[in-house]
Design a protein around this ligand. Structure first.
Ligand SMILES: Nc1ncnc2c1ncn2[C@@H]1O[C@H](COP(=O)(O)OP(=O)(O)O)[C@@H](O)[C@H]1O
Ligand SMILES: [Mg+2]
Length: 247
């Protein structure tokens, strides 16, 4: 049985179907990428997984434990295991970078302050922004904020990491660094679900790729299979590359 098994997730808003019967699986220590056109439901899928978005139906089984995503309280229970990095980062501007990282661990999880701070500094160093610890997120570039947001998520020591466009604000060298970090974390046993339209990043780190369109999974494949030129996922990715090159 896979570590993560998402099945039959349906989300409606008003009379509009945002997700229809979406399902995918991920093994422990695997990196799975959700791709698809803008508006295809990728962000909604991540949010539904941890109960930030109500679902009409759906289940997620993590490590053998089954959670009903249509029951708000049950859906929120995955937040103990999962951390999410939002597309807009969601950092607290009135606190230092360091405090952004240590706040939840010390207040919510009651970890000792000095221990949390030590871990926070180690993570900032790993992400190449240890010199930003005392600054406010306001004083950082988009790429630096993004790395702070990733570091803050890692402070939770999640078994499952959900990343919404984790490299959107980064230049190509940083994209590769974050890719390496994701691979290191996966090698340590973390399961990572990323939403991305940076196709090069998707190609280099994913073991499995799920293609969404209009709220439905239209193709899913191991990345080796998805790489054959006439595979529908490869065709989507190539068209996405072409669009990005024009932009
Ligand atoms: N709060 C909302 N109310 C109504 N529709 C929404 C809301 N949030 C997202 N949507 C719609 O849901 C669809 C999927 O959005 P989203 O999950 O953000 O897509 P993606 O992340 O793939 O770009 C889009 O058509 C979007 O317009
Ligand atoms: Mg999105």
């Amino acid at each position: 049985m896979p570590y993560l098994d998402v099945s039959n997730v349906s989300v409606r808003k008003g009379c509009k179907e945002i997700l229809g019967d979406v399902g995918f699986q991920a093994g422990r220590g695997e990196i799975v990428s959700l791709i698809g056109p803008s508006g295809s439901g990728k962000t909604t899928m991540l949010r539904a997984l941890i109960g930030l978005q109500g679902a009409q139906s759906g289940t997620v089984t993590v490590d053998g434990r089954r959670i009903d995503l249509s029951a708000p309280k049950a859906a929120a229970s995955l937040r103990h295991k999962a951390a999410i990095v939002f597309q807009n980062f969601g950092l607290f501007d009135h606190m230092s970078v360091l405090r952004n990282l240590t706040l939840a661990p010390t207040l919510v999880h009651k970890r000792p302050g000095d221990e949390a701070e030590k871990e926070a500094r180690t993570l900032l160093e790993r992400l190449g922004i240890e010199d930003k610890a005392k600054l406010s997120p306001r004083e950082l570039s988009g790429g630096q904020k993004q790395r702070v947001a990733i570091a803050r998520a890692l402070m939770q020591r999640p078994a499952l990491l959900l990343l919404d466009e984790p490299t959107s604000a980064l230049d190509p060298a940083r994209v590769r660094e974050v890719g390496h970090l994701m691979q290191d974390l996966a090698a340590e046993g973390m399961t990572i679900i990323q939403v991305s339209h940076a196709m090069q990043a998707v190609r280099s780190v994913s073991s499995r790729i799920i293609l969404l369109q209009e709220g439905r999974v239209i193709h899913a494949a191991d990345s080796a299979d998805a790489a054959t030129p006439d595979h529908p996922i490869a065709r989507f990715m190539n068209s996405q590359d072409a669009q990005d090159n024009m932009a």
